[in-house]
Design a protein around this ligand. Sequence first.
Ligand SMILES: [Zn+2]
Length: 220
Amino acid sequence: MADAKSTWIINFHGIGEIERAFDPGESEVWLDIDRFRSILDSIEGKPDLQITFDDGNQSDLEIAVPELLKRDLRAVFFIPAGKIGEETFLTCEGLKEMVSAGMQIGSHGWSHRAWRSLDPSIRRQEFEESKNRLEQIIQRPVDLAACPFGDYNRSVFRHLRSAGYRAAYTSDRGIAIEGQFAKPRNTVHANDDGESLLSERHTFEDSLQRRLRLAVKRWR
Ligand SMILES: [Zn+2]
């Protein structure tokens, strides 16, 4: 347990100019390009770090992918499958291009709604149909999911597992531990910078180390 691998996951949303109305809360997580570039510069080369993007915006392909590649970074992009091809969202071709560039695709459900309160037949569309559609487009297995609005409970996780997912990415902040189904992520906000993100990481790592030290103490 004490040597379980831990990863710091940071999660972006849209980058650059937005050409549609923001969903509630979306403007707080939409970054301008300069800020995005400077954050990538400060996290480039950091160990045990994973980058993800939610929502399947066109800026994933137009802005994020080229900036990631310049720094030899890769990311997982979580796509709401029902929005593919809608204005300002990624197209099927775009998804294929991202995969060819070495990026990974995960499911962000079907139509970007909170999962906890949905009845099982709608969950099937959110979990199974979204997975099938994405797999058909990219011709690869899709087995990672990200919960819209960070919303989940045990029943959501049970259903995700039985639909064939091997991890659920949340927005809980903190450190992701290898082998655990829930992967907490740290959302990047419009006013964050590299320094604030890295100092947050250290705070979490310190507390994780403390918890592990205490756990070891208890067991010896
Ligand atoms: Zn989302």
